[in-house]
Structure formats: structure tokens, C-alpha cells
Design a protein around this ligand. Structure first.
Ligand code: ATP
Length: 347
């Protein structure tokens, strides 16, 4: 490390970031999670000048599907990886500045970023480069399931096996962890976004009603359900545009039809967990029978998903406390402890 780096180190405040498809969370060393915002950026696209960032995070998410022609609300992360490099860099830079109260000129933090376990070297390099361009002095990567396991308080360094299922916006990550290493992992590009798309498609096909992705997400988080119910059927009023008349319309939709509409995506997640169990070495499988499976990520909040997984695997299922924050918390905990960090960072 040269003198300049040491001096910058004095001013720096290291960060851990869960750069998610749906949400980005930032953990500041010694302080905890200080920022949680949707991964959305609103950009003005004038022909004359370079694209101009108008809003980032919650403010930009409110604009999704509601922008005039020259403004676009972009989700720069898709399927857990960077889909738009420039916009991701602008978003990261905005969040880093925000947590450092706009003192970014003097602060070049070391950053640890949680990434999906299945990403390629090219995708890893894109994440590193975008964080470096956004002002990072040094970037470390950590696999999301490992971060989730640490954040859920699992004893990852012990020779016992832990199974974590992290269901985010873009990916579902299933991992078996023992002795601070990932023994088996599987990353499925089916998660919250695909469930939202299935809801949009269903309502379009069945009722000729066009709805936006934000409305689909509201339907999922309000009446979404993974397990068939005969009692307690809930309904929700849905507003959209009638495909035939072109006029705005309101409909009542119930939880059972939504359950059926998303069953293909839910089955894919259940299948992924079952394959992981089949591939786990027998000694470790025995531990999973005792310890069960921990669910994290926003998808873990889908009503009765734990019940469905329990029925399909026969294993105890626990939903992590505050599953939307588990990955960021775990990445932050590894930043706080050099011992953990040394064992879990990936190249
Ligand atoms: N109550 C709920 N029921 C079902 N899904 C929910 C609920 N609350 C949030 N979600 C979904 O969780 C997803 C976001 O979860 P999370 O923030 O863990 O993902 P992410 O880390 O951004 O994504 P990824 O890990 O794939 O990059 C969204 O698809 C959101 O709709």
C-alpha cells in the first residue's frame, strides 16, 4: 500500500453492499445498514446531451411505467447481474455519496459486494469495475448465499452443514455451506421478477387487462400465496387498461387464481431445492435433517412458501428474521471481522 492509499484509508469508511436486482442495501462498517433503496434510476435521454440522471432509488421507482417519452426509469440489474453498466455505476456512485453525506471527494472506501454464486468472470469484473468507477479504493466479492448464511447467524465456520435458500428479485440461490465454504450451490434465474411477470401475463390472458410491473408486485405482496387454500381466500382490486376498449378498468382478483398463475415459478424454486438436497453428500444431508433450511431474501416473505417447502422436503423450514436485509447484514458482518472476511471472499 502506498502513502496516498494509507492517507485515503484514514478518511475512508468501508462499506458492504447488497447490489440486488430489486433493492440495493448499504452497510457502513461499525454502523450497520444505513441505506435501503430500490435499484432503479430515472434518466433523461436527450439527443443533444449525455443521459442525465434525474432520480435514484425510491423516487425513481415511483416513476416506473409513468415517465414521458424523454425520461426512462431503468432497473440496471437484471437476473442478479449488471444489465446496464453505465446506469449501475451512476446508481452506486449516488448511493456511496449519500451514505458519506456527499464527502465522496475525500472518501475512497473499500467495498465488499455480494454477488450471485453462479455469475461468470465477466460479470464479476463488471461489478468490480462499476464499484471502482463509483469511487471504491478496493473491491471484494462475496457470494450471496454465504452472506445470507452469515447474516442469518448460522455457524458457517463449523464442520456442520447449513442450507440457505435466498429468493431475491432476479435469482434464487440455494447453497449448502460447511467450514466457511460452499459445498454445493445452484443459482436459478427465477425469483420475484418472474413471479411478477407471471401475474401480469395471467391478468392479460384471462381478463384482457394490461397492468404494470409495480401493480403485479403489489398483488404478489398483498394476496400472493404459495400453498392451496380453500378457506381464507383474499381478494384485491386491480386497476389497469382494458386491451379491447383501451379504457382504464377495475377488477377484483382472488388469491387462489394468483396462486395458480405463479405455480410454475414456485414449482421451479421447490424443484431447485430438491435437486440441491439430492446432490448433498450424505454426512451433510444428515445435518440438514437436524438443522433444516433457512429462507432469506424478499421472496421468503411470500405467504406459505415455507409451508409448501416443508411439505415437499419433510424438513424444518425457518424464515430468517428480516429476510430483505440478511445478505447486506451478512456482508457487513464479514467487513467488521477480518477473520470472517479472509475466509469468505472470492476471486
Ligand atoms: N411480502 C412479500 N411477498 C412476496 N415477495 C416479496 C414480499 N416482499 C418483497 N418481495 C419480493 O422480494 C424481491 C426482492 O427481494 P430482495 O431485496 O431480497 O432481492 P434482491 O437482493 O434485490 O435480488 P437478487 O438477490 O435477485 O439480486 C422482490 O421481487 C419483491 O417483490
Amino acid at each position: 500500500m502506498n502513502l496516498l492509499d494509507s492517507l485515503l484509508g484514514i478518511f475512508s469508511s468501508d462499506l458492504a453492499i447488497d447490489l440486488g436486482t430489486a433493492n440495493t442495501l448499504v452497510y457502513v462498517k461499525g454502523k450497520g445498514i444505513v441505506l435501503s433503496e430500490p435499484s432503479v434510476v430515472a434518466v433523461r435521454t436527450d439527443n443533444r446531451s449525455k443521459n442525465k440522471v434525474l432520480a435514484v432509488g425510491a423516487e425513481a421507482k415511483n416513476m416506473l411505467g409513468r415517465t414521458p417519452g424523454n425520461i426512462v426509469a431503468i432497473r440496471p440489474m437484471r437476473d442478479g447481474v449488471i444489465a446496464d453498466f453505465e446506469v449501475t455505476e451512476a446508481m452506486l456512485s449516488h448511493f456511496i455519496k449519500k451514505v458519506h453525506n456527499n464527502r465522496q471527494k475525500f472518501v475512497r472506501p473499500r467495498i465488499i459486494i455480494a454477488v450471485p454464486s453462479g455469475i461468470t468472470q465477466v460479470e464479476k469484473r463488471a461489478v468490480k469495475e462499476s464499484a471502482e468507477s463509483a469511487g471504491a479504493r478496493e473491491v471484494f466479492l462475496l457470494e450471496e448465499p454465504m452472506a445470507a448464511a452469515i447474516g442469518a447467524g448460522l455457524p458457517i465456520t463449523e464442520p456442520t452443514c447449513n442450507m440457505v435458500v435466498d429468493i431475491g428479485g432476479g435469482t434464487t440461490e440455494v447453497a449448502v455451506i460447511s467450514l466457511a465454504g460452499i459445498v454445493y450451490s445452484r443459482s436459478l434465474r427465477v425469483a420475484g421478477d418472474r413471479i411478477d411477470e407471471a401475474i401480469m401475463q395471467y391478468i392479460k390472458r384471462r381478463y384482457n387487462l394490461l397492468i404494470g410491473e409495480r401493480t403485479a408486485e403489489v398483488i404478489k405482496t398483498t394476496i400472493g400465496n404459495a400453498y392451496p387454500e380453500t378457506e381464507h381466500i383474499e381478494t384485491i382490486e386491480v386497476k389497469g387498461r382494458d386491451l379491447v376498449s383501451g379504457i382504464p378498468k377495475i377488477l377484483a382478483i382472488d388469491s387462489e387464481e394468483i396462486r395458480q398463475a405463479i405455480s410454475e415459478q414456485i414449482d421451479a424454486i421447490v424443484e431447485c431445492v430438491k435437486i440441491a438436497l439430492e446432490q448433498t453428500p450424505p454426512e451433510l444431508a444428515a445435518d440438514i435433517v437436524d438443522r433444516g433450511i433457512v429462507l432469506t431474501g424478499g421472496g421468503a416473505l411470500l405467504k406459505n412458501l415455507d409451508k409448501l417447502l416443508k411439505e415437499n422436503t419433510g424438513l424444518p423450514i425457518t424464515v430468517a428474521e428480516d429476510p430483505l436485509s440478511t445478505v447486506a447484514k451478512g456482508a457487513g458482518m464479514s467487513l467488521d471481522s477480518i477473520e470472517i472476511l479472509r475466509q469468505v471472499v472470492i476471486r
